[in-house]
Design a protein around this ligand. Sequence first.
Ligand code: SF4
Ligand code: SF4
Length: 130
Amino acid sequence: MTDRYRQITETVLIISGQDPRQCMACGKCTASCPAYEHMNYHPHQFVSLVKKGKSHMLLDDTSIYHCLSCYACAERCPRGVEPVKLIEAIRLLALREKGANRLTPDAVSQLLDDEMPQQVLVSAFRKYSK
Ligand code: SF4
Ligand code: SF4
């Protein structure tokens, strides 16, 4: 494992505050994930890859942008692991590596329409503005 890969996983663990060693690979998080079909890597696989020090494999994968931040995975975990927080941490790192937010307040007015629920905006800021 290179120093860079080790550093990525250490940063993910610090940001997320999670301990993937608690995971017993039961798969309940993945079974309850509403974004399952859109993800190349599923919640239990996120946990497993971070546990193995392979967080870098997730940085460029589109799965991190399909998470809805619904926290169903965290609610279902019998071991107190919150996969959603690992995903958010990896998404944050991916955004930092790009060197810029993907959504700024100035751009929001161009995206609004009458039927858009406010939750979409809140969720978008959580995902794309760190
Ligand atoms: S928070 Fe994300 S990973 Fe967890 S169940 Fe919801 S969509 Fe899936
Ligand atoms: S529900 Fe918890 S223990 Fe089970 S696979 Fe997911 S993170 Fe691991």
